[in-house]
Ligand binder design. Structure first.
Ligand code: PDD
Length: 288
C-alpha cells in the first residue's frame, strides 16, 4: 500500500481526495517537483527545494513549508514506502497548488491555503555505467509548441505530454524540441547535452527550458573533474552532427541517445564521454 501525504496528513494513496474545485485541477495552477532518492538518500535535495521555492515565488504562492520540513516530509515518505515499493530507487513527487475555491475565477483568490500533495514511487534503477549494457534511447525531433515560461516547473504539462506522445506514437522514448530559430531547447521531460567536435554542450538556461537539477549536477560534477560544459545554443544541425547525445532527468540520470529521427548518433554506439560523465556524476551526486 502506497502512503501519500495530503495537506498535513499521511494516508493510503487510494484515500487521498482533493476537491474538483482545486485550482490545480481547474487551471493547472500549481508547481511540482520530483526528487530522486537512492537507498534512502536524496540526490540534489537543496537544489530541488530551491527550485520549488522559485516556482512558488513565480506563481505568488507562499511556500507552506521550510526547507527542513520539506526534507522531513520527503524522508518520511521514503521510509513509510520503502518496504512496499521494494526498490532502492524511490522518487518523491511533490505538488503544491494555489488551493481550493468554491467559485471558478481566473484571478488569484485571497487567503486560500495551498494544497500540498506528495507521494513516493519506484523509479527505474540508475543507468549501468557500461557502454554495452546501458539502456539506450531513440528519439524524434519536433518544433517546440509549449509556452514561453518553461523555466517554471508548472503542473500545466499538456504541451509536454503531447510532445512526449508524439515520440511515443513514433515508437521512440523521447522527443527533442527545437525553437523557431532551429535551436534545441530540451526534450518533453529531460534536458539535453551533446558532444560535438570534442566539446560538451548544453542549451543555456532561459525561459525556454526547465533548469534541470540533473543538468546542474552533471555540469558541476564534470567541473570538479576539470571538464568544462559549454552552456550555449545548439542548432538542430549540430544535433544531427553530434558524436553523442544525452538526456538528463531525475529519473534517468544521464541516458545515452543512439538514434535521432532514425539516424544513428555518431557511430551509433554509446560514447566514451557519456561513460566519463556518468562516472563523474556518480562520484559527486551525493555531495552537491
Ligand atoms: N521531468 N525538462 C523537463 C521539461 C522536465 O520535465 C524535466 C524533469 C527535466 C529534468 O529536470 P530534473 O533534472 O530536475 O529532473 C527537464 C520530471 C522528472 C518529470 O516531469 O517527471
Amino acid at each position: 500500500m502506497t502512503i501519500a501525504f495530503l495537506n498535513g496528513e499521511f494516508l493510503p494513496l487510494e484515500q487521498a481526495q482533493i476537491s474538483p474545485m482545486d485550482r490545480g485541477f481547474l487551471f493547472g495552477d500549481g508547481i511540482y517537483e520530483v526528487i530522486p532518492t537512492l537507498n534512502g538518500k536524496a540526490v540534489g535535495l537543496g537544489w530541488h527545494l530551491e527550485r520549488l521555492n522559485d516556482g512558488l515565488t513565480a506563481l505568488g504562492i507562499v511556500n507552506p513549508n521550510t526547507d527542513d520540513s520539506w526534507a522531513e516530509l520527503i524522508n518520511t515518505l521514503v521510509q513509510k514506502n520503502s518496504q512496499g515499493l521494494n526498490s532502492d530507487s524511490i522518487g518523491v513527487y511533490i505538488q503544491v497548488t494555489r488551493g481550493t475555491v468554491m467559485q471558478r475565477a481566473h484571478g488569484f483568490p485571497q487567503d486560500v491555503a495551498p494544497t500540498v500533495f506528495a507521494f513516493a514511487f519506484a523509479t527505474a534503477a540508475p543507468p549501468i555505467p557500461d557502454r554495452e549494457k546501458v539502456k539506450v534511447f531513440s528519439v524524434i525531433t519536433s518544433a517546440d509548441r509549449r509556452w514561453q515560461r518553461c523555466n517554471i516547473k508548472s503542473t500545466s504539462l499538456l504541451g509536454n505530454v503531447l510532445h512526449y506522445q508524439e515520440g511515443n506514437v513514433a515508437g521512440k522514448q523521447e522527443t527533442i524540441l527545437y525553437n523557431d530559430e532551429q535551436e534545441i531547447t530540451e526534450a518533453s521531460a529531460c534536458n539535453i547535452f551533446i558532444v560535438h567536435q570534442g566539446e560538451i554542450l548544453t542549451p543555456p538556461l532561459d525561459n525556454q527550458i526547465l533548469p534541470g537539477i540533473t543538468r546542474r549536477i552533471v555540469i558541476e560534477s564534470l567541473a570538479r573533474e576539470g571538464i568544462k560544459v559549454k552552456e550555449q545554443p545548439i542548432s538542430l544541425e549540430q544535433l544531427r552532427l553530434a558524436d553523442e547525445v544525452w538526456l538528463t532527468s531525475s529519473s534517468k540520470e544521464i541516458a545515452p541517445v543512439t538514434a535521432v529521427d532514425d539516424t544513428p548518433v555518431g557511430n551509433g554506439e554509446v560514447g566514451e564521454m557519456w561513460l566519463k560523465a556518468l562516472t563523474c556524476f556518480n562520484k559527486h551526486k551525493f555531495s552537491l
